[in-house]
Write a protein that binds this ligand. Structure first.
Ligand SMILES: Nc1ncnc2c1ncn2[C@@H]1O[C@H](COP(=O)(O)OP(=O)(O)OP(=O)(O)O)[C@@H](O)[C@H]1O
Ligand SMILES: [Mg+2]
Length: 265
């Protein structure tokens, strides 16, 4: 398939497959493809907290593109094909494994709360956790026993998912360390990609400051969605800084719709 010739489909004529809290999925230009559209909605605590942060979708689209393209380049299979515009990317349609896979390097958030480990404590080794994707239940944590017993994934698929999670964690940790950011933890989703009678597990959804905990190495300042969860303010500025450090945005580039632009009189 030649994805460089993706024809432009006007928004109004596209078939909307799914609208989630942060993204919309549209039918793609070829069978087996989708268009992933990043919205500006920020949600937390199972959508009990909700706010529009203008420009967030643009930044997440760019940051997620950067990460997924690099994962593809180092041979970690993902759903990502290419970015189409400011808010959209072309992806392969997968059968999402109904799990949120969380990898933790440093104690924070629910791990700190549940186990009484002070935030910021380096963990003895990286820890992988699974949560069952179910908004009604509040995405409960589950074990491999639950996953196999209820048929959400097979033991082989769990092995594949854990191997992918470790590779993604190693790549992201190094990537962020190189730009002065500590990767505390992140969430990823996986899917089954069917290609000529074959099935393999690939990384899907997004990886962005919405789904990672990123702390500045020197100041420990939070550069991720905790700024919204904890009402710290400055979310857009923090995401912009992440993008700049990764070399995605040139210094004075602004994401479209990020607020009023100063005009010299
Ligand atoms: N390549 C893909 N093929 C099919 N579905 C995908 C793919 N990548 C991501 N998805 C799914 O698309 C949806 C993206 O929307 P969004 O992240 O806004 O959902 P959400 O509100 O967070 O809900 P969810 O709990 O399902 O993640 C998610 O349900 C995600 O699992
Ligand atoms: Mg989601």
């Amino acid at each position: 398939m030649d994805f460089n010739n993706t024809r432009y489909i006007p928004m109004s004529r596209r078939r909307r497959i799914y609208e989630g809290k942060g993204k919309v999925l549209y039918e793609g230009p070829e069978p087996g493809t989708l268009i992933q559209h990043f919205k500006d909605d920020a949600t937390a605590f199972n959508a009990k907290k909700h706010q529009i942060i203008e420009g967030k979708g643009v930044l997440n689209n760019r940051i997620s593109e950067y990460i997924f393209q690099h994962l593809n380049d180092i041979g970690v299979p993902t759903h990502f094909i290419k970015r189409l515009n400011m808010r959209e990317q072309l992806i392969r349609e997968v059968e999402i494994v109904p799990l949120e896979v969380v990898v933790r390097n440093v104690a924070a958030g629910s791990l700190s709360q549940r186990l009484g480990i002070e935030e910021g404590t380096q963990l003895p080794r990286s820890i992988i956790e699974f949560y069952y994707k179910n908004d009604q239940l509040g995405d409960p944590m589950v074990s491999e026993e639950h996953i196999t017993a209820f048929g959400w994934a097979t033991p082989q698929e769990i092995d594949d998912i854990m191997a992918l999670a470790i590779r993604v964690n190693d790549f992201l940790s190094g990537l962020f360390l190189g730009v002065g950011i500590r990767l505390v933890d992140f969430k990823m989703e996986c899917g089954r990609l069917y290609e000529n009678e074959m099935m393999r597990i690939v990384v899907a959804d997004e990886i962005s400051p919405d789904s990672c905990r990123l702390w500045d190495i020197k100041s420990n300042e939070k550069m991720d969605k905790d700024r919204f969860r904890r009402d710290l303010g400055g979310l857009l500025e923090a995401y912009t800084e992440v993008a700049k450090r990764l070399g995605i945005l040139i210094d004075n580039e602004r994401p479209a719709g990020s607020g009023p632009v100063l005009v010299k009189s």
